[in-house]
Design a protein. Sequence first.
Length: 165
Amino acid sequence: MTRRLALPLVLGCIAFGAHAQVPHIVGNWRLNVAASRVPGPTPQTHVRSYSVTPDGTVIGLAVIVDADGTPSFLQFAAKPDGKDYPEFDAGSAAQYSMDGSPPLATYAETPVDSHTVEWTDKYDGRVTFSGRRSVSPDGRTMTITAVAKNERNEAVEFLFVFDRI
């Protein structure tokens, strides 16, 4: 009798532990333009995908088609440890393919809690964007707040709201 109760309990604990370690960010997300506050023209499309490798590395991919129809992407693979990791766009990925040059852009994130990270983008060592990314308790909405510096070194605030797809 004890064995019959112990095995489901152990398997349940393993399954719960594995489930609890899966970050809430994992999945695909589409920008909710109506709920977002983005200075300038809104993109035609902005989708994001996040996955996590077995060692805890978060892989993020953003695909954006701007208001004029020009496509772009950003991709990083980073551990949530506050360290800078390379962040690629089309230009830096092409340069890396041609001559092995690492990108000048980096991405870092640090966990705040189980649903939230603080992140920083840098270009050539200078902070260009920083903010917070959080997933709602029900897991259906992701919010990214960001502050960027414009050409005049003025702070510009962004609010991106994404729906899980």
